[in-house]
Design a protein around this ligand. Structure first.
Ligand code: ATP
Ligand code: MG
Length: 226
């Protein structure tokens, strides 16, 4: 396996401050993810898993420490550079699907590609349909997400996460809102992405789904415990 480091966090902390309390959601954490890995992050509720995943996915930034993506320290990047990385290098799958309800399934999947400079609509559409075929949802391409079951919505979300062929796919409890059959289908699709060469990082507290991972790390009280 290619063991090139794709990303690394060094002494990363995230403190949420309110008037009364400071919460150390993530406390001086160090780890890296290599290209081609499938990393699972597990641990108890409130342990900081979603917080660290949001930081890795560039949806949030650390209050302390450094986050390197492809060797670049992300706090030194401009907003434009960060949004380019977010759009081109990162796919994100949420527990609650987060599809845009007033857009069709196809438009949701086309969205990450459509604003690229020089993007040709016909090519973007063809790529989106190809991804929808891979997750078995092409027959629902003109539906609204509201007309789909949870499992179907999450399959569309997987298609949206993979449409850009990102360097890494993050998923935060992608099966949290699904019945066990749909959960299995979604996890199989994520596993397939890994087998096709994608780097994957998933948060789950379900031990059934850490089996697919090549490595698992545990978070508790904001720290890496193993
Ligand atoms: N926006 C926020 N403002 C204040 N505190 C927050 C915020 N987000 C998270 N926290 C706190 O940070 C800690 C870690 O939360 P986080 O959501 O990362 O946990 P988690 O491991 O994902 O838990 P779960 O398994 O329940 O999803 C918790 O104590 C939480 O209350
Ligand atoms: Mg969480």
């Amino acid at each position: 396996m290619n063991t090139e480091k794709l990303l690394e966090v060094v002494d990363v902390s995230k403190v949420f401050s309110t008037e009364e309390v400071e919460t150390f959601a993530v406390n001086k954490v160090n780890f890296h993810i290599n290209r081609g890995e499938y990393l699972a992050i597990s641990g108890p509720s409130g342990g900081g898993k979603s917080t660290i995943l949001s930081i890795l996915g560039l949806l949030d930034s650390p209050t302390e420490g450094e986050y390197f993506f492809k060797g670049k320290e992300t706090s030194k990047l401009s907003r434009d550079e960060l949004s380019t990385i977010r759009n081109q290098e990162i796919g994100f799958i949420f527990q609650s699907f987060n599809l845009i309800e007033n857009m069709s399934v196809l438009d949701n999947v086309m969205l990450p590609l459509i604003y690229r400079p020089g993007a040709k609509k016909s090519a973007v559409k063809a790529r989106a349909i190809q991804c929808l075929e891979q997750v078995g949802m092409a027959h629902r391409k003109n539906h609204s997400p509201t007309q789909l079951s949870g499992g179907q919505q999450q399959r569309v979300a997987v298609a949206r996460a993979m449409v850009t062929n990102p360097s890494i796919i993050f998923a935060d409890e992608p099966t949290g809102n699904l019945d066990s059959k749909s959960a299995e289908t979604v996890m199989d699709l994520i596993k397939q992405q890994h087998q096709n060469g994608a780097t994957v990082c998933i948060v789950t507290h379900d031990p059934r789904y850490t089996q697919d991972a090549t490595r698992t790390i545990h978070f508790a009280d904001g720290s890496l415990v193993s």
